[in-house]
Design a protein. Structure first.
Length: 136
């Protein structure tokens, strides 16, 4: 049986707060960073989704860690998480392209509605997940 002590709880809380603060500090400069980077690909969000469905290894080799501008239809808008900013999911609510926004884009995200067409710039972190996203 696992014994949970005050020290364990304190360590968990400290870690959570630390990661949250790092996330806040990181998102403050990420919008400027990603806007200044050279765009590697400009394409429809569905192209990324289809590429990963067909062959994850090939898609990673082509798109992972690249700066992309994607265009797609808003399927879902999620509020900020514990260590992430708001997320706009393009094309399909369950298997679409997740675009995690920098905090400075929250106001614009609040004006979105499902079905709207948007253009986003960000870095593909891994399968169907972009981070440091800003609206174009």
């Amino acid at each position: 049986m696992i014994k949970i002590t005050k020290t364990t709880i304190s360590l968990i809380l400290f870690s959570s707060i630390t990661f949250s603060l790092i996330g806040c500090l990181e998102t403050g400069s990420s919008d400027k960073k990603v806007k200044s980077l050279k765009v590697d690909y400009e394409l429809e969000a569905q192209v990324i989704i289809d590429a990963y469905d067909a062959n994850e290894i090939a898609a990673d080799a082509k798109f992972k860690d690249k700066v992309l501008i994607v265009e797609g239809i808003v399927a879902k808008i999620e509020s900020s998480g514990l260590i992430s900013g708001p997320t706009v999911i393009l094309e399909d609510e369950y298997s679409g392209l997740d675009c995690e926004l920098v905090e400075t884009e929250t106001r614009q995200a609040a004006r979105l509605e499902k079905g709207m067409k948007v253009r986003m710039r960000g870095e593909l972190a891994y399968k169907n997940k972009m981070h440091h996203c800003v609206f174009e």
